[in-house]
Design a protein around this ligand. Structure first.
Ligand SMILES: N[C@@H](CCC(=O)N[C@@H](CS)C(=O)NCC(=O)O)C(=O)O
Length: 215
């Protein structure tokens, strides 16, 4: 019988990732794929030139956003954290334990509700000039981003990682936009717990940096 890896290595069954390289939501998935040593086809979507709005793309994600993973069975999965959850099933990046799985989900939902909509949007707005067009909303998003960092910092001053003292997809999800928060105008100087956690993540096996420049 073929192993999962041998099956993935065949072009027609290969995982396919629709992505935009400077996106940290896309980077979450790239990082995990690399750490799992899973080969995949990378499809770059130019999100600023309507790449998400064409019918071919909308057919795999009606919501018109990257990242999207197309599985070896040709099913598509959108939402970066759902993709992380799917890929990490049965690996050390998730957990078999019911409570640990729930704790991992707790942080994934926190990332999507309290963190990413503020931290990622501040970065996006600064890099695209929208921050100066909407200074009040940008300020509110900065404030809410800092509130999310306070929550993370409180946890990380006494824990090496978010769940059970080991590196999981909860760390990958929160690392993505946190490690580039300065690009969104955040001063991260006082967060020593977060800073040390970032170093721990960067020293994980098969860690890869992302790409950061918008085009
Ligand atoms: N909650 C989604 C957010 C995805 C998202 O916002 N993707 C952005 C790039 S980071 C995008 O595709 N934007 C294109 C558009 O809105 O047209 C996730 O975590 O995957």
């Amino acid at each position: 019988m073929n192993t999962r890896l041998e099956i993935y290595a065949k072009e027609e069954f290969m995982l396919k990732l629709y992505d935009y390289s400077p996106s940290q939501n896309g980077y979450k998935v790239r990082l995990l794929l690399n750490q799992l040593s899973l080969p995949y086809t990378h499809v770059e979507v130019d999100i600023f030139k309507g790449g998400c709005d064409i019918p071919e793309f909308l057919a795999i994600n009606q919501n018109g956003r990257i990242p999207v993973l197309v599985t070896e069975g040709q099913d598509s999965i959108a939402e970066s954290n759902a993709i992380l959850f799917y890929l990490s099933e049965g690996t050390a990046f998730l957990s078999e334990d019911r409570l640990e799985r729930a704790k991992i989900l707790e942080w994934l939902f926190f990332e999507q509700y309290e963190h990413e909509p503020n931290v990622a949007v501040c970065r996006h707005w600064l890099m695209t000039g929208k921050a100066s067009q909407n200074p009040e909303i940008y300020k509110q998003k900065l404030k809410a981003g800092y509130e999310a960092f306070e929550v993370m910092e409180k946890h990380l001053v006494s824990n090496d990682f978010f769940v059970s003292m080991r590196y999981t997809i909860a760390d990958i999800a929160l690392y993505a936009y946190t490690h580039v928060a300065e690009e969104g105008g955040f001063d991260m100087g006082k967060y020593t717990g977060i800073k040390n956690w970032i170093s721990r993540i960067q020293s994980q096996k098969k860690y890869i940096p992302g790409e950061y420049k918008y085009y």
